[in-house]
Design a protein around this ligand. Structure first.
Ligand code: DAV
Length: 332
C-alpha cells in the first residue's frame, strides 16, 4: 500500500491499517451522508441543479495485468472531473484504489454527451509499480519538504497521471501544481490538449505533501484568490503583477479531535462559489464567514464537518458542470 501511506497523515496510519480495503466506519458514513444531503438541499434552494453519481460497491476486489486493489469511493467529483467550457475531462487518477472511479460518473457523462457536451478521457495510467517511487520517504517531513522543493513526489514520470483537483480554472488560464498524484507528464498532456484556447500555468507551494490545489490556492472571483498562509506560493509575484488580490484566510476552527482521515484542517478554505457574490462555507467556520462578509460576499452556511472526514470540503464534494457567463481572460 505504498500510495496511501506516502500520501496520508501519519496520525491516521493506524486507522488505515484497520480500515484499509474496507468501508469507512459505518456510523460516521451515515452522518457524512446526512451532511451531504443537506448540502444538496441548500444548493437546490440557491437555484443550483444537483445530480448524483451512481452508488457502487467499492469493496469488490479488482485485478488488472499490472495491479490488484479494492476501490475507495466516488465522493469527490472535483478530484476526477474537470469541466473546461463545454468539455468534460475525466482525469486518469493516480491511486490504484481510484482507478475505476470514473464508472460512477459514466451515466451522468453519457447524458451530458447526448445533450452536446464534449467528452474526453485522459490516457489511463497502467499503475504498475513503475508509477510509484517505492523508496519515497514516508517518515520524515524534512525529507518530503526537501524533495517537494526539488519537484519530486511519490509518483514518478513513468506515464502521465493527474487528479482533476490539482487544476484550478480562471477563464482562459488554468493553474496546476505538481503533486503526489499529478506528474509533469500529466500536466504536459493537459497543456497540449487544451492549447491554444487555454493556457496551463504550473505553480508551486511550500508544501511537503501536495494533493489537490483547492485547500491551498482557491480562486474565489476575478483576480481574487485565497492563499493558504501555511503554504506560500513560489510564484506569487506573478499574480501580484497581474493585479490579483491575494487573501490569507483565517486559521481553521475545526477541533483537533475531529477525524480528518485524508486532509488537513484547511478544508475551511475549500469553499464553493455559487457566483461572484455567494459562497457556500462551513457553518462552524465563523472567522472565514466574517472574512467573506467583509469582501461583500454573502455566506450560505452548511455544516458538513462529518463529510469533511472523508477528505473534502464544499469544493471537493462538488463539480460545477454549467455556469453562466462568457470565457474571459483574467491573467495577463
Ligand atoms: O489538506 O490540502 C485538500 C483536499 C483533498 N481532496 C489538503 C487536502
Amino acid at each position: 500500500m505504498v500510495t496511501p501511506v506516502a500520501n496520508t497523515y501519519q496520525k491516521y496510519w493506524p486507522f488505515y491499517q484497520k480500515y484499509g480495503g474496507h468501508t469507512f466506519p459505518k456510523e460516521h458514513l451515515k452522518k457524512a451522508i446526512a451532511d451531504i444531503e443537506e448540502m444538496c438541499n441548500v444548493l437546490q434552494g440557491e437555484g443550483v441543479i444537483v445530480k448524483h453519481p451512481e452508488i457502487i460497491d467499492w469493496t469488490e476486489n479488482y485485478k488488472t495485468p499490472d495491479f490488484e486493489s479494492t476501490g475507495m469511493y466516488a465522493a469527490m467529483p472535483r478530484d476526477i472531473l474537470l469541466v473546461v467550457g463545454n468539455e468534460i475531462i475525466e482525469a486518469p487518477m493516480a491511486w490504484r484504489a481510484r482507478f475505476f472511479e470514473y464508472r460512477a460518473y459514466r451515466p451522468l457523462i453519457k447524458d451530458y454527451f447526448l445533450r452536446g457536451a464534449k467528452w474526453t478521457t485522459a490516457p489511463k495510467p497502467q499503475m504498475s509499480d513503475k508509477l510509484y517511487d517505492m523508496d519515497y520517504p514516508i517518515f520524515s517531513v524534512e525529507d518530503r519538504n526537501h524533495l517537494a522543493a526539488e519537484g519530486k513526489f511519490v509518483t514518478t514520470e513513468h506515464e502521465p497521471c493527474f487528479d482533476a483537483a490539482d487544476f484550478i480554472r480562471a477563464g482562459k488560464d488554468i493553474f496546476v501544481q505538481r503533486s503526489q498524484v499529478t506528474n509533469l507528464m500529466g500536466i504536459e498532456w493537459m497543456r497540449r490538449h487544451l492549447a491554444p484556447t487555454y493556457r496551463i500555468h504550473t505553480i508551486s507551494f511550500k508544501d511537503p505533501n501536495p494533493m489537490h490545489i483547492d485547500a491551498t490556492f482557491n480562486i474565489i472571483g476575478p483576480g481574487l484568490v485565497l492563499l493558504n498562509p501555511d503554504r506560500p506560493c513560489h510564484q506569487i509575484d506573478v499574480f501580484k503583477k497581474a493585479g490579483w488580490t491575494i487573501i490569507s484566510p483565517p486559521s481553521p476552527l475545526i477541533p483537533d479531535d475531529h477525524p480528518l482521515w485524508m486532509s488537513s484542517k484547511w478544508l475551511s478554505m475549500n469553499v464553493l462559489m455559487l457566483d461572484e457574490k455567494r459562497v457556500m462555507v462551513e457553518k462552524n467556520e465563523t472567522t472565514i464567514q466574517k472574512m467573506f462578509e467583509k469582501l461583500g460576499i454573502a455566506t450560505v452556511r452548511v455544516d458538513i464537518r462529518n463529510a469533511n472526514s472523508l477528505g473534502g470540503g464544499f469544493h471537493c464534494w462538488t463539480c460545477d458542470i454549467r455556469r453562466r457567463g462568457t470565457l474571459q481572460s483574467y491573467f495577463n
